[in-house]
Design a protein around this ligand. Structure first.
Ligand code: IPE
Ligand code: IPE
Ligand code: MG
Length: 276
């Protein structure tokens, strides 16, 4: 997409208190971290933090709807989280099942499409059935797509995509380009995240969206996920709105493209950027 057209698209004001003057991210990706520490500080079992974390998911989804965000991606369970004590893994799976059972109706009412991203084959058959039903029930919803990454790892995603690409086009081995791989990745046809948020104070990616975060604005906050309320969310959006995204170009080029976009001339005069 041409840069000036991208800016025009991004600059369209969306409803909501946090973005009336600024751009709204189309896609937000979140590592919801800090549930265990939240519980520990209250001398509660870790699962109490995960339960409270589900409340934060609800409020974050609501805020994304209000802002007009198109895609929200949440890291719920990483491929490395199987290394946790078996009791915690079991409780997390139960919580996941309960949330699917309880929330799917509300998701539909709010025109939200649910996608579970990751290797679901390791989940119990009942959970796999719940996932398939929830995805089927919400598949035609268009207001917001909620991508929940479960048994997901960025490296897993790249490797499953490579394997499928090689299967599909063995004749091009040795000549693959980035755009050949993209249709096989889990987030094919989804715009790359504009804003990445990690709560809980750690400043690392922990095998989240390794391919897709190439040009995403990163935001780290010490706030623990169960405490990540509306004002914390707004603060993250405000931080995003102050950034100048350059995609390899210079600041001057970006300012010129913005001026052109504001003056609304032909989009042909600006450079390309990668966006779907
Ligand atoms: C994130 O919170 C939730 C999952 C990984 C499932 P944690 O459980 O990692 O919380 P901390 O990091 O131990 O506080
Ligand atoms: C990342 O958090 C995974 C999820 C939030 C699901 P972790 O708590 O597992 O990450 P590390 O182990 O601190 O890197
Ligand atoms: Mg953690």
């Amino acid at each position: 997409m041409k840069l000036s057209r991208w800016f025009r698209k991004q600059a369209q004001p969306k409803a909501g208190p946090a973005v009336h003057d600024g751009v709204c991210p189309r896609h937000i990706a979140i590592i919801m971290d800090g549930n265990g520490r939240w519980a520990k500080r209250r001398l509660l079992p870790r699962v109490a933090g995960h339960r409270q974390g589900v409340e934060t998911v609800r409020s974050t989804v609501r805020q994304c709807l209000e802002l007009g965000v198109e895609h929200l991606t949440l890291f719920a369970f990483s491929s490395e989280n199987w290394r946790r004590p078996v009791e915690e893994v079991t409780l997390l799976m139960q919580l996941f099942m309960r949330a699917l059972e309880q929330e799917v109706g509300k998701l539909s009412e709010n025109q939200i499409r649910l996608r579970i991203v990751g290797d679901c084959s390791r989940f119990a058959p009942e959970l796999q059935t719940l996932i398939a039903n929830a995805e089927e029930l919400t598949r035609n919803n268009t207001r917001l797509t909620l991508h929940v990454c479960a048994n997901y790892g960025g490296r897993w995603d790249i490797m499953q995509a490579v394997n499928r690409l090689v299967d599909a086009h063995p004749e091009h081995a040795g000549e693959y380009k980035e755009h050949d791989l993209e249709p096989f990745l889990s987030f094919a046809d989804v715009p790359e995240p504009d804003l990445f948020i990690r709560t809980g104070g750690e400043e690392r990616i922990s095998n989240f969206l390794l391919w897709q975060l190439a040009y995403t604005e990163l935001y780290f906050t010490p706030t623990l996920w169960p405490d990540f309320d509306q004002s914390a969310f707004v603060e993250a959006i405000r931080s995003f709105q102050k950034r100048q995204r350059r995609f390899g170009q210079t600041g001057d080029q970006i300012e010129t493209a913005q001026r052109i976009a504001r003056a609304n001339p032909s989009p042909e005069s600006a450079g390309n950027i990668t966006d779907k």
